[in-house]
Design a protein around this ligand. Structure first.
Ligand SMILES: [Zn+2]
Length: 433
């Protein structure tokens, strides 16, 4: 049996894993003693699992003095806190071999970057000596370092990643997620779409039989294998005679979604920064539940189970995080243009510190009853120029649309997607007849 330490160091690395290295992190403690390079022959999942059953353990070490890992290929996932040196030590491989490989110009840099999550393949000869070390520098480049008589040689293999723009279209017959999957979208793309349209469409409630959808997305392939759905570039959904569109465009260094006219789909601020909550106290004069006297209630309260996540209502900077007398544990987010929001009575804070930027929707804390509160709830204030207003009544600011040269380049960038979707739509309409 293999040395227990080594069995820990070695991780399962199937052909699928080898292929998808960098896409999924592979965690496991089993070893498959199969040679790489043969991946093309083994794409069928059934074949892979068969291999797994047959080759769960390492071959026995042939001679007591040979390295514990035995000859052949061994796959290692670099664990948290590990460097290449640790892996060599765990495999009982001499560090000298590592240094000999590092002599190769360029290899040193690649090897020094090896850290947790990286997948490595070691080829050992019958004497247990290291012959080859292989790993992916990035998705498109595999590095193979071979050692012969103490001399290292580097072989750089370019693995082409092809990106193509694909379109998935369909008429909803069963449900959006079912029909979108039939059309070729992955679950992650479907979730992404639901997120992009969340201000306008409820994908479960609103979509009906006969509604149509078109999704233009990046599809990434490597060596004939689909790696993943990339970004959703454009989407059009027609429901109840209304058309909703979303186009991806990089604005201020961030990929965002806009409608056909360049209006952001994202709203500046969410009206209610919490889910699964009940409005328990409105804005205005009220008899204070703890103080027992009439007092202005400068926010709205949402009763919710203690520990319910509280979201940042909009993008902004954390202006305050800490204890704020009656508010208990509170956070203030400055959204710019004179607007800020306050969240009180939290049981705990999220990971955001004073001065840090937060994106809309991230969890900034959890419902509690710190400060002056009779039960767990979120006290939420919305301020314009430091003056509290009723968040349920205020007209929410509209995000700025694209304009000028930005709008022009946006329009140019979305034209091919529009043409694709138009053409698919004609096909669908034809099919409907
Ligand atoms: Zn309150």
């Amino acid at each position: 049996m293999p040395h227990p330490k080594i069995q820990n160091a070695l991780s399962r690395w199937t052909h699928e894993h080898w292929f998808l290295a960098g896409v999924f992190s592979v965690v496991g403690t089993m070893v498959i003693a199969i040679a790489p390079g043969m991946a093309n022959a083994m794409r069928e999942p059934a074949t892979v699992s068969q291999q797994e059953n047959v080759l769960l353990t390492l071959p026995e070490a042939r001679e007591p003095q040979s390295a514990d890992a035995g000859s052949g290929w061994h796959y290692v996932l670099v664990k948290k806190g590990q460097t290449l040196t640790h892996v060599f030590k765990e495999l009982n491989l001499p560090l000298k071999a590592m240094r000999q490989m590092m002599v190769v110009p360029g290899a040193r840099k690649d090897m020094s970057k090896i850290g947790p999550g990286k997948e490595l393949a070691f080829e050992l000869n019958a004497k247990g000596e290291l012959m080859t070390l292989a790993f992916d520098r990035d998705e498109g480049t595999r590095i193979e370092l071979s050692l012969e008589d103490g001399k290292a040689k580097e072989n750089i293999i370019q693995r082409e990643v092809d990106q193509e723009v694909a379109i998935a279209s369909g008429i909803i017959k069963k449900s959006f997620s079912y029909d979108a999957k039939q059309a070729g979208l992955t679950t992650s793309s479907i979730n992404k779409l639901a997120d992009v349209f969340k201000y306008d469409i409820d994908f479960v409630e609103d979509l009906n039989d006969g509604d149509t959808f078109h999704v233009v997305y990046e599809d990434q392939w490597r060596e004939g294998q689909r790696m993943r759905n990339g970004a959703v570039l454009a989407a059009r959904i027609v429901t109840r005679g209304k058309t909703y569109t979303a186009y991806r465009f990089t604005h201020n260094g961030e990929a965002q979604y806009f409608d056909q006219n360049g209006n952001p789909l994202k709203k500046v601020l969410m009206r209610i920064p919490i889910e699964f909550a009940r409005l328990s106290s409105t804005f205005g004069m009220r008899n204070h539940p703890v103080l027992g006297r009439m007092r202005m209630h400068k926010g709205v309260d949402y009763a919710a189970r203690a520990g319910t996540p509280i979201m940042a209502a909009g993008d902004g900077r954390v202006g305050f995080v800490g204890w704020k007398n009656g508010y208990g544990r509170a956070i203030v987010i400055d959204h710019g243009q004179g607007r800020s929001t306050l969240y009180g009575h939290m049981s705990a804070f999220g990971k955001y510190k004073m001065g840090q930027h937060v994106n809309q929707g991230v969890t900034i804390g959890y419902v509690g009853m710190s400060g002056l509160a009779t039960g767990p709830h979120l006290h939420y204030e919305f301020m314009i120029n430091h003056q509290q207003v009723n968040p349920l009544k205020v007209t929410m600011p509209k995000p700025l649309p694209l304009s000028g040269t930005q709008l022009a380049s946006f329009k140019a960038s979305i034209a091919p997607s529009i043409a694709k979707m138009d053409s698919m739509e004609r096909g669908l309409q034809f099919a409907k007849r």
